[in-house]
Design a protein around this ligand. Structure first.
Ligand code: OGA
Ligand code: NI
Length: 363
């Protein structure tokens, strides 16, 4: 019973009211609020647990892709990719072939989308996952325990040539199309390196269609008046094979590594690469899909653009299991074969789940 005399807190109603504004977290900030609404406040026990973790002063590996075409450099790079993918599941790349100018324009375009007239932005606000372009705040708003301090624009298409550019918001269309082509190329290069790092032919992962199904999540994390009470993105690992992340210069991304939170400080011009759950699965656990999160920040906006390669999600009857060359008597399969469409559907219903791979794919 509530003895304080205050009205009982109706969380569902609060979520609905927030969602119906279609203005996202940025809308709240623009209204000038100084305290964050209760739907964003993490439970006390969770906040207390977080205080126990040390903050590590170690750095996520940086891999220089320059000179990739030279035999001796190529070997070195494959080795660096192998070590980083086995231990961290994360690395940053520099000299990756996408110019600073293209990166800056992409970040700028996403900032402009979020900061345009709210009525224009509302036209894209939806939770209908069949739409290729969706703007909303918290894709799992009604499933998660605590809402996160971010708005996102999701863009899905099957391959860069197929993109129906009319669907894309005019304000960011040109930049998204340009960036998507370049990031797709980079994805192909990385899948080559990752195949080699697994001791396979360079074409192996591409031939499995791992580089298909490109999907973008463009996040906007407004400055937060009480950052210690909430998160920008809750702890999770990524579902697909691989993620390429572009971030602006505001801190927030952290990786959970050796039982500590490690900050992934932005390096201008670098991209953050991480192994997703599906690559952990097909590599039979050789590569690690690591947990990460984004903390809220008093400064903002933080902008990040995640490009996920999640396989041919438009096709029926696509199965993925541990690669046969990687299993043996000493290395029996630790995951079962999954039907891609089921896996994706399940992941969307569950929302952010820290232990998705273990819960649904263990062999
Ligand atoms: C994600 C993610 C990190 C970021 O979208 O899966 O982890 O920096 N994003 O926004
Ligand atoms: Ni992620």
């Amino acid at each position: 019973m509530d003895t304080s005399g205050a009205q009982e807190y109706d969380r569902l109603q609060e979520l609905k009211t927030f969602d119906e504004t279609k203005a996202g977290v940025k809308g709240l900030v623009d209204s000038g609020l100084q305290k964050i609404p209760k739907i964003f406040v993490r439970p006390a026990e969770e906040l207390a647990k977080d205080l126990n973790y040390k903050r590590a002063q170690i750095e996520v590996p940086v891999i220089d892709l320059g000179g990739l075409e030279k035999t001796h450099r190529h070997k070195q790079i494959v080795e660096e990719v192998r070590i980083a993918s086995e231990t961290w599941g994360f690395f940053r790349v520099v000299n990756h072939g996408i110019s600073l100018n293209v990166l800056d324009e992409m970040l700028d375009a996403i900032q402009k989308f979020n900061e345009q007239d709210v009525e224009e932005k509302k036209k894209y606000y939806t939770r209908d996952n069949t739409r290729r372009v969706r703007f909303n705040s918290n894709f799992d708003l009604f499933a998660s325990r605590t809402a996160s301090w971010r708005d996102s624009l999701a863009i899905s298409f099957l391959d860069p040539d197929q993109i129906n550019s009319d669907d894309l918001p005019a304000i960011c269309r040109k930049s998204v199309i340009e960036y998507s082509k370049l990031v797709n190329n980079l994805g192909n290069i990385l899948f080559g390196l990752l195949s080699e790092a697994l001791g396979l032919e360079p074409e192996y992962l591409r031939n499995m269609d791992c580089s298909e199904g490109q999907r973008f999540l463009c996040h906007y994390y407004p400055a937060c008046p009480e950052p210690e009470l909430t998160l920008g993105t809750a702890k999770h690992s990524d579902l697909g094979f691989l993620t390429i992340l572009l971030q602006n210069q505001i801190d927030g991304l952290q990786i959970f590594f050796q039982n500590q939170w490690v900050d992934v400080q932005p390096i201008r011009g670098a991209l953050v690469i991480n192994i997703g759950d599906l690559l952990q699965l097909v590599s039979n656990g050789k590569f690690t899909s690591n947990k990460h999160r984004v903390v809220a920040n008093r400064l903002g906006p933080r902008i990040s653009i995640a490009c996920f390669f999640s396989g041919p999600i438009n096709m029926d009857e696509v199965f993925y299991g541990p690669i046969k060359e990687l299993i043996s008597e000493e290395n029996p399969p630790i995951y079962k074969e999954i039907l891609l469409s089921d896996y994706i559907a399940k992941a969307f219903t569950v929302g952010i789940d820290e232990n998705f791979l273990v819960n649904y794919c263990k062999g």
